[in-house]
Design a protein around this ligand. Sequence first.
Ligand SMILES: [Zn+2]
Length: 96
Amino acid sequence: MQTSLPSSSPAIPHPAMKEHCNHQADCLKMIQLILDGEATEQQLAKLKINLESCQPCIRMYHLEKEVKELLTKRMEKRCCPDELVATIKSRILSFS
Ligand SMILES: [Zn+2]
């Protein structure tokens, strides 16, 4: 059997996309505010602009959102989240 590379290349980020975020701590803070529904409209607008050009922050936003949704679901089920937290932590680590 011949091993060939997939003909279609993986999603190439937009040329203007930043591969690395040099303000990730700020971005994360803002993302969490927004997901908590505590961000002002100004902050929302700022993050929206940032997410259009910042690859790591887009990933972080989706990850945070997913984590929040999972935790909410688990809490509704009154399930012990230890295993879930471990899963999430390993996923977050795989992003960095
Ligand atoms: Zn960023």
